[in-house]
Design a protein around this ligand. Structure first.
Ligand code: NAP
Length: 293
């Protein structure tokens, strides 16, 4: 089994961006600028936003993180997003989910300028993805495509089974894998919580992509020998023996599945790091579009 190393792959993608950015800034252009907005105090969200900020700065991007109180109103948030939409020095805007219950997340997603929607959640970008047009693709599925490309994993004509149909992972993933592109062109089955006898499908997968949020759900008996297995799941499991008080577990039972899979992503160290690399890549793409480069 070959481990699909998210750390190494993400680093090489970031290095490519760094080198291209150096050439652009040497010509006197400004740096890319990513804005992340966090509302409230959700622990996991804080960790994600901190990591996006750290990675943006390390790459030479400008990064603004707006940490807003839980009580921020929907109208206040819309005004803030619109101000960033109208600011020519801002390339990418992300609003970290989940938002507090009094804020309509769908409305906020639609408020972001589609050309600054580096999360790829706006209806226009989702629509472009569905039609095979160029736009911004959700970072996690995009990061997985980058991983498949980096390892030159052939997908054409293969059977890809995606477990989970969320708008941010499973559904865009199924669209990308079925798209008429070099690392698409797979025949795709999309499974979800109403799928009956799910292992009948997972066992047929040449490429199995799992994003449901149920730690250890996929066991070796559900995997075809030699399959490529991509584990998107990240669940915090309480563990008082650790300084952090938790550890991260994927949706795939790593220990058993590593015995049957040909390629497998670890958790942590797999898809999560690719998600960040893809977000930075989207921000860089938005930056070049805004500057007309
Ligand atoms: P989500 O919005 O909760 O969606 C979960 C999907 O899994 C739903 O489509 C659901 O089906 C399906 N599902 C739930 N139980 C199932 C079962 N027993 N059998 C088959 N399908 C089932 O979750 P998400 O946002 O896609 O995230 C999924 C996991 O990926 C989470 O652990 C999350 O933390 C992780 N994640 C990781 C990254 C990363 O960067 N690595 C990024 C995003 C998410 P229904 O539609 O029928 O309810």
């Amino acid at each position: 089994m070959t481990l699909l190393d998210g750390k190494q792959t993400a680093e090489s993608i970031k290095e490519e961006i760094r080198q291209e950015l150096d050439i652009i800034t040497q010509k006197g252009y400004r740096k890319p600028h990513l804005v992340a907005i966090l509302v409230g105090n959700d622990g996991a969200s804080r960790t994600y936003v901190d990591s996006k900020e750290r990675n943006s700065i390390a790459l030479g991007f400008n990064s603004t993180v707006l940490r807003l109180a839980e009580e921020t109103t929907q109208d206040e948030l819309i005004t803030i997003v619109n101000n960033y939409n109208n600011n020519n020095d801002i390339d990418g805007i992300i609003v970290q989910s989940p938002l507090p219950k009094h804020i309509d997340e769908k409305l906020i997603t639609q408020t972001i300028d589609p050309n600054k929607d580096v999360d790829g959640f706006h209806d226009i970008n989702m629509g472009k993805l569905a039609k095979g047009d160029e736009g911004f693709v959700s970072a996690t599925p995009l990061g997985i495509m980058m991983m498949l490309k980096a390892y030159n994993i052939q997908t054409t004509g293969k059977h890809c089974v995606v477990v989970g149909r969320s708008n941010i992972v499973g559904r865009p993933m199924s669209l990308l894998m079925s798209s008429n592109t070099e690392f698409g062109n797979a025949t795709v089955t999309l499974c979800h919580s109403r799928t009956i006898n799910i292992s009948d499908y997972t066992k047929q997968a040449d490429i199995l992509i799992v994003a449901l949020g149920k730690p250890g759900f996929i066991t070796s008996d559900m995997v075809k020998p030699g399959a490529v297995v991509i584990d998107v799941g990240i669940t915090r499991i309480d563990d008082a023996s650790r300084k952090s008080g938790f550890y991260l577990k994927g949706d795939v039972d790593f220990e058993s599945v590593k015995e049957v899979a040909s390629y497998l992503t670890p958790v942590p160290g797999g898809v999560g790091l690719m998600t960040i690399a893809a977000l930075l890549s989207n921000t860089f793409k938005a930056y070049k579009l805004h500057l007309g480069l």
